[in-house]
Design a protein around this ligand. Structure first.
Ligand code: F6R
Length: 243
């Protein structure tokens, strides 16, 4: 695991976007898994800004997670965010992405579909994930096995409360659907990004605490090709950066 610290959110976003573009320059039809949420917003802005210099629209994409019962029409959903911030501005073709249909009646079938899609593509080439305040990755909440695949989740209380920030009015957020930590472990390159003082304590647990399924983010430490990109605020509780 390699940790890199950048002076602020803008530098973090620029460097993350550059890293993604470098990865795909080696494999133009790479399968990417990109998180929604506030943290990657700046990275996606950078990717859109550089769209004429990149071949990202030849890549394929698999959705990381979604709030159960929501689709792209729901403002605040993961799909709505990724489609609007990335896929529409980059003119990504529909056949190049595969996302959970979190409105489907049979969510277990959606899980099997995602697992099959990834298997057929022989694993994800590059995953970009954020970190929940409870240490979650995707909607892999504390206690999720490191070898899990797609599953339906009863969301943690922290996720239900923090998740309200994505929506205009109050939302009932009880379940989610997510790729598993096994998918992240098998991802050929795994990158986690975090920004801001509010992430400093959970980043400290991820980087310096015990490796445990109670803090899903600690799987970064057992992955063979993983990177954590932070801004100074998110890194501010780490011993190594504050000696
Ligand atoms: C979103 C996702 C979540 C977020 C995490 C951090 O697709 O998978 O795990 O990455 O909750 O969210 P932000 O970036 O909003 O702090």
């Amino acid at each position: 695991m390699e940790v890199r610290v950048f002076k602020d959110y803008e530098e973090l976003s620029k460097n993350t976007a550059d890293f993604i573009l470098k990865c795909i320059s080696n494999k133009p039809d790479a399968l990417l898994c990109l998180a929604a949420g506030d943290t990657p917003r700046g990275t996606y802005e950078q990717l859109v800004r550089m769209k004429n210099q990149t071949a990202i629209n030849n890549c394929r994409f698999v959705g990381l997670d979604e709030w159960a019962g929501m689709d792209e029409k729901d403002e605040g959903s993961c799909k709505n965010f990724i489609y609007n911030e990335l896929f529409y501005p980059l003119s990504i073709k529909k056949e190049n992405y595969s996302f959970f249909d979190a409105r489907a009646e049979d969510l277990q079938a959606e899980c099997r579909k995602a697992d099959d899609y990834i298997l057929k593509n022989r694993a994800i080439d590059f995953s970009l994930v954020g970190l929940g305040l409870n240490g979650h990755i995707g909607f892999n909440e504390p206690g999720t096995p490191f070898d899990s695949y797609s599953h339906v989740v009863e969301l943690d209380e922290v996720t239900k409360t923090v998740g309200q920030k994505y929506f205009k009015g109050e939302k009932v957020l009880d379940k989610g659907i997510t790729l598993g930590l096994g998918h992240m472990m098998e991802s050929k390159c795994l990158m986690l990004i975090a920004s801001g003082l509010k992430k400093a304590q959970i980043i400290k647990r991820v980087v310096e605490g015990d490796i445990s399924e109670e803090v899903p983010g600690t799987l970064m430490r057992i992955h063979k090709n993983s990177f954590i990109f932070l801004d100074r605020d998110a890194a501010s509780a780490l011993q190594e950066y504050n000696r």
